[in-house]
Design a protein around this ligand. Structure first.
Ligand code: MN
Length: 147
């Protein structure tokens, strides 16, 4: 396995392709994905770098596995549960299992973050109509979410 993955240009790493955030869908905007570590024998953890261009957002979703996130580029905001947090470089975000979450690059800057997940994990689900209505019962959440 590789033991050193140098950065080549800012926020790009040697031999690491820039991938679409997800294979398909219209429930996100302007997000890319780079997989920096994906080896079940190393901590059982996958390390991804996501980058959201200004004005973009990740999908509003939840799943049984948690996320551990560190912001490494720019600023933005995220929803975790019903809380909205302002984000800056080197902030940490923890998304507990089963918790709705969404990241937005809504401060006129690129938002880049490392996200750790278990290699073996369940697939994300998006809110159905009733769940979305329940989330939107909070006006601050309603103003934040993009679907
Ligand atoms: Mn997620």
């Amino acid at each position: 396995m590789r033991t050193h993955v140098p950065e080549t240009t800012p926020f790009h790493w040697e031999g690491v392709p820039v991938l679409p955030y997800k294979e398909q869908g219209t429930h996100f905007r302007a997000v890319s994905r780079q997989v920096l570590l994906d080896d079940p024998d190393v901590l059982g953890t996958q390390v991804r770098y996501f980058e959201i261009a200004p004005g973009g957002w990740s999908s509003l979703e939840r799943h049984d596995h948690p996320h551990s996130v560190m912001i490494v580029r720019g600023r933005g905001e995220c929803l975790v549960g019903r809380e909205i947090h302002g984000l800056g470089e080197r902030d940490l975000v923890f998304v507990p299992p089963g918790t709705w979450h969404q990241f937005r690059a809504n401060r006129d800057e690129t938002l880049g973050f490392l996200c750790l997940v278990p290699c073996e994990r369940d697939a994300p689900v998006r809110p159905d109509h009733a769940e979305l209505e329940a989330l939107r019962s909070d006006p601050r959440v309603a103003a934040f979410v993009r679907v």
